[in-house]
Design a protein around this ligand. Structure first.
Ligand code: ZN
Length: 156
């Protein structure tokens, strides 16, 4: 990553950590998924309500490091109001990006592609992935299939 992109990454992560978007309860949620990352102490709950083929509303609560909270906040911003089919595309693109050497699809990911910065810090990839695992639960897209490739190359 060049320095300019690195600084932008830091700016965005800190901004979302300080001012998380869609942070709070969602009383009429249709799905709730809790995730925790004991290695770092991250713990978040993602809730969403779908209807008419869209994610009508989404919110998250919890505590975590800057990367965990920023990733969850960016997630909610990216898929709030999105068609389910587009949310699934974003989820898959995110998984590919976070799988280490995976491709970065900037067209689908937009601002989310800044999170590629975590790949420089393998221990933080789980922090960034936590909210996306929860989204996968709610969209009924278990991570197992997407992770086959990385499992095959020796990563758990
Ligand atoms: Zn973390």
């Amino acid at each position: 990553m060049n320095d300019e992109l690195g600084l932008l990454y830091q700016d965005v992560v800190l901004d979302h950590k300080r001012h998380p978007r869609h942070h709070g309860p969602l009383p009429d949620a249709g799905c709730e998924s809790r995730g925790c990352n004991p290695l770092c102490g991250d713990s978040i709950t993602l809730r969403l309500r779908t209807g008419d083929g869209r994610i009508e509303d989404i919110a998250f609560e919890g505590q975590g490091c800057a990367i965990c909270i920023a990733s969850a906040s960016l997630l909610t911003e990216a898929v709030h109001g999105a068609r389910l089919v587009d949310a699934r595309l974003a989820l898959r693109a995110m998984r590919r990006m976070l799988s280490g050497d995976g491709e970065v699809d900037e067209q689908i990911l937009g601002k989310l592609s800044l999170l590629r910065g975590v790949r420089r810090f393998p221990s933080r990839i789980q922090c960034a992935a936590l909210a996306w695992h929860a989204l996968g639960d709610c969209l009924d897209e278990p991570a197992a299939a997407a992770q086959e490739r990385s499992d095959a190359s020796g990563r758990a």
